[in-house]
Design a protein around this ligand. Structure first.
Ligand code: KIV
Ligand code: ZN
Length: 522
């Protein structure tokens, strides 16, 4: 395993021992490249704050040249984070690097992350550049970045499919030009753990100046091996494994694997693991990407024991079937918390326990909504409170907001929806009928906010158990090749569906402003 080799010169890394793994989180950049995922400024700032609270060493906040929205997000994150480094991505071009620096320059610990493809396939077809030109671009881009910023990371895109001699040469050049971190991505999730560990070992062996830089890895999950490959080498990752195609290595899996199997992998991270559940839920709510129930560490079933034999074992000794405790990832065993008699003080204490630090107005607002929920639902669980607070915070900047919904459902059609929305501050109402109450509701939304987006996915989950549980609905919309996911939670499934659709529409409005950067022009 190559835990961040000799981090002697990396900004902020000098105080870290050599067996300390640096956690670089790219939820806000690669995570956001997941189809259907987009976050607005407010959402990114919120996630960045939680990442810093978790103890993430480097937060990659975006790709500033990609859009004004990305630029503002990187600048915003750079302005608020104090202890985590903030990275902005840039292709190997001066324009990209200058734009990244413009966004990063106010950060307490700025990092320019520049990349170029080094594999034969990418160089020939994607970049249409000769290897020598790519090599020169590395010198030019890293030197230029280093003139602006002390902390520069260089990535060899598609490194795992790169000719090894050429990769060694490029890595050596990048370090000579000033890169303090060299990142070896498995861009298409093609590597297998032994081979990938061998690649990192080979670089450590053959690149003469490798001790002058931190080695980082960034693994995609196309074959489901992102975490395994990362553990074999160590580590760029995202919360919930969010990312392009099948996603990236999941941070929670890496961190808990290193912690739980410290006997086999003697490396530590700076992550406060009790913040993991909270961060996972926040990212899921903001992005609209529900976490699958059987997902390791943060899935709803990760600590659930169904079979009699397992339950019996658990009662005798938790270690029989649990290799880590739910508490260690921030999950409380007794999730039953409050009801309609709980007061403001208890609510404030519970919010603190769950990691929310709300100002007076936001607290008052959350308390009012908690009381509304407690009126509808006897037992209010931690998950309900998280859904309730996240739901509101996430929507605070939305152009389209839910006001009310009245639905006629049942077997004797037509089903009908009376909907009120606030659009750009103006309340509007519409009535629509449809093939079922969901169809009627979505048609009413379309009447109030006409659009051409197609519904691609409609999924309902229960936040907790019981018939009075809150429904958590995910909606995916597609417009001109752009997809977005929205989530909504409510004790009424139709209201949750309506909120999820509106959430997706708001995301689409953000996504419409984004452009996809071309491969490169060095
Ligand atoms: O997967 C990849 O190669 C990347 C780089 C830009 C680091 O995301
Ligand atoms: Zn990637």
């Amino acid at each position: 395993m190559s835990a961040i080799s000799s981090p002697t010169k990396s900004a902020g890394a000098s105080e870290r021992p050599a067996d300390r793994v640096v956690i670089f989180d790219t939820t806000l950049r690669d995570g956001e490249q997941a189809p259907g995922c987009s976050m607005n400024l407010e959402e990114k700032l919120r996630i960045a704050t939680v990442l810093e609270e978790m103890g993430v060493d480097v937060v990659e906040a975006g790709f500033p040249i990609a859009s004004n929205g990305d630029f503002e997000a990187v600048r915003g994150v750079a302005q608020i984070l104090k202890t985590s480094s903030v990275a902005g991505l840039a292709r190997a071009s001066r324009k990209d690097i200058d734009r990244a620096w413009e966004a990063l320059k106010d950060a307490a610990r700025p990092r320019i992350h520049t990349f170029i493809s080094t594999s034969p396939l990418h160089m020939k077809f994607k970049l249409q550049m000769e290897p020598e030109a790519v090599h020169q671009a590395i010198i030019d881009s890293v030197s230029h970045a280093r003139n602006l910023c002390e902390d520069v990371e260089w990535s060899a895109e598609d490194a795992s499919r790169t000719d090894r001699d050429f990769l060694c040469r490029c890595v050596e050049t990048a370090i000579k030009a000033g890169a303090r971190t060299v990142n070896i991505p498995d861009t298409v999730g093609y590597a297998i753990p032994e081979e990938f560990a061998g690649l990192i070992a080979m670089l450590r062996d053959r690149v003469p100046n490798i001790d002058k830089a931190v080695i980082s890895v960034h693994c995609h999950n196309d074959l489901g091996l992102a975490v395994a490959n990362s553990l074999a080498a160590v580590v760029e990752c995202t919360i919930n494994g969010l990312g392009e195609r099948a996603g990236n290595a999941a941070m929670e899996e890496i961190v808990m694997a290193l912690r739980t199997r410290h006997d086999a992998m003697a490396y530590a991270t700076g992550i406060e693991t009790t913040t993991i559940t909270r961060a996972s839920k926040l990212v899921s709510t903001i992005t609209g990407f529900a976490v699958q129930p059987n997902k390791a560490i943060v899935g709803a079933n990760a600590f659930a024991h169904e079979s009699g034999i397992h339950q019996d074992g658990m009662l005798k000794h938790a270690g029989t079937y649990e290799i880590m405790t739910p508490e260690s990832v921030g999950l409380s065993r007794s999730t039953l918390v409050m009801g309609k008699h709980s007061g403001r003080h208890a609510f404030r204490t519970k919010l603190k326990e769950l990691g929310f630090d709300l100002g007076d107005n936001a607290l008052e607002d959350a308390f009012r909504r908690f009381k509304e929920l407690a009126d509808k639902k006897k037992d209010v669980y931690d998950e309900d409170i998280i859904a309730l607070v996240d739901d509101e915070v996430v929507r605070s900047n939305d152009r389209i907001r839910f006001v009310s919904l009245q639905v006629i459902a049942g077997s004797k059609g037509p089903q009908q929806a009376d909907l009120e929305l606030e659009i750009d501050g103006k309340t509007m109402a519409a009535r629509a009928t449809g093939d079922g109450p969901v169809d009627a509701t979505f048609k009413a939304i379309k009447t109030l906010f006409p659009h051409e987006a197609k519904l691609q996915l409609f999924q309902v989950n229960a936040v907790t158990a019981g018939t009075d549980a809150q429904a958590e609905v995910t909606v995916r919309l597609e417009e001109e090749g752009k997809t977005v996911n929205g989530q909504g939670a409510d004790t009424d499934t139709l209201v949750a569906s309506c909120k999820a659709y509106i959430h997706a529409l708001n995301k689409l409005l953000v996504k419409r402003q984004k452009t996809a950067p071309a491969a490169l022009s060095a």
